[in-house]
Design a protein around this ligand. Structure first.
Ligand SMILES: [Zn+2]
Length: 442
């Protein structure tokens, strides 16, 4: 029997066995079962890692045989691995690097994973924390921490690896710290749920301390100036709240944190805006915002805004569209595509939309249209042009075809319509409109 067919049959057999498992009897039986399944998951992770590494080697060999220059080889494989595992290209890259490291320079960690002694998460920590080191030092650390695998916590594992790396090459460690201070800085925005977001800055330690110092000083001054600082309901503000307001005001130059105006696109159903509907609003690329909060925010006279209305297709809430004759997507069509796709349209990619481009390339006869337009991140848009990749489908779904011929299909409708679908109480999404409200700086 063909190996792939045999593996598929055995895995199916195992899945059937798992589905038919009766509940475990006692408390102890349940813990036994959890442990047993954890061991199986770890062993499966080792098989996935070895298959991933072999896939990379095979692709590289095939491209070498086809005279593809080394610098152009194994382009996009991280996305192929990500798609195969239902993960973003970013996570796919981490999984690919981990697999290569386990199969080449981390033999003890791989053996522990195969034996079910260490989790895939911890194996990944070993790979990632040694990623910047030479092969010889990675091997040395792998051997040095072998007896700790499966016993040390994740933070202890990180500290041990870091300590060994500093010991093995002190000069390089000092150099890396200096380089990081010079180059590695960034600010990110991530959803925190319940109408909140995290703004995170990665900074050199002394600068981070200076930022907190400035915030603390401003907070202390405000707390000292107004002994009792109250919010709009007359409740006394906590130190954390005063500091958060100062953070917003210092960064935006606004006089009060609530008056902040930003170019933020809010997608809101008109039954929410003008009625008492529970359907949340949706902040482009960030996710849902509770209905009441969306309305309050849009109604706040301190935040200037304009509202533009867009109509949805009656049957299912899909946005309707206009087409263009030029290569460049006109602004309104771009905005509609951004709203439809919300984040990069590639399955499981979490990156924000950076490019609006053609699924079927313009150069090959693709049209500048709603049907052929797509919101993608820069990386996915570049990878799409590589040999063996194709993005096809309709405005309602996207199919990504990878160089191995595997296909991944996902629906492409504004995510807010997906939420609406579960709302059986009025309103049905038929015959409703989607409003786009863009509060803008005056
Ligand atoms: Zn992407």
């Amino acid at each position: 029997m063909d190996t792939a067919v045999l593996v598929e049959a055995k895995v199916q057999e195992f899945e059937t066995f798992l589905a038919s498992l009766p509940p475990a009897g006692t408390e102890a039986d349940n813990i036994d079962r959890i442990q047993c399944m954890e061991r199986a998951k770890r062993a499966l992770s080792a098989v996935q890692a070895k298959a991933t590494h072999r896939f990379v080697e095979q692709r590289q060999a095939q491209e070498t045989a086809n005279n593809i220059p080394t610098s152009m080889q194994i382009k996009g494989i991280e996305a192929e691995v990500g798609l195969a595992r239902g993960e973003s290209p970013f996570v796919g890259a981490g999984l690919t690097h981990t697999a290569t490291a386990l199969c080449t320079v981390l033999p003890h960690t791989l053996a522990a994973l195969e034996a079910g002694e260490v989790s895939e998460y911890h194996a990944r920590i070993v790979a990632e924390q040694t990623n910047h080191l030479s092969d010889a030092h990675r091997r040395a650390i792998d051997a040095a921490i072998a007896t700790k695998l499966g016993h040390a916590s994740s933070s202890r594992l990180r500290s041990l690896i870091q300590g060994h790396a500093y010991r093995l090459d002190r000069e390089a460690a000092d150099q890396r710290a200096a380089d990081n201070q010079r180059r590695r800085r960034r600010v990110c925005l991530d959803p925190a749920g319940e109408g909140m977001v995290y703004v995170t800055a990665e900074l050199p330690t002394h600068q981070g301390v200076a930022v907190m110092d400035a915030l603390t000083k401003t907070t202390n001054q405000r707390l000292a100036a107004v002994r009792k600082t109250n919010d709009t309901n007359g409740e006394q503000l906590s130190r954390d709240q005063v500091m958060a307001d100062a953070f917003v005001e210092l960064l935006t130059g606004q006089t009060t944190a609530k008056a902040v105006t930003a170019e933020v696109v809010v997608i809101i159903n008109d039954t929410t805006l003008f009625g008492d509907d529970d359907l949340p609003g949706w902040i482009l690329g960030q996710g849902p915002l509770p209905a009441g909060m969306t309305k309050d925010w849009l109604a706040n006279p301190q935040a200037s805004k304009f509202i533009r209305r867009m109509y949805t297709r009656a049957a299912d809430g899909q946005l309707v569209a206009l087409d263009a004759v030029r290569r460049r997507f006109p602004a309104v069509l771009s905005k509609m595509l951004r709203i439809r796709d919300d984040t990069c349209a590639t399955p499981w990619c979490n990156s924000p939309v950076q490019d609006i481009d053609h699924r079927h390339p313009w150069a090959k006869g693709g049209t500048t249209s709603w049907a052929n337009g797509l919101g993608l991140c820069k990386r996915c848009n570049q990878r799409k042009e590589n040999r063996g990749w194709a993005y096809t489908g309709t405005p309602d779904h996207l199919t990504v075809i990878t160089p191995t011929g595997h296909q991944y299909t996902v629906p492409t409708k504004p995510p807010i319509t997906e939420i609406g679908r579960w709302n059986t109480d009025p309103p049905a999404l038929e015959h409703t409109t989607v409003d786009i409200a863009c509060p803008t700086a005056a």
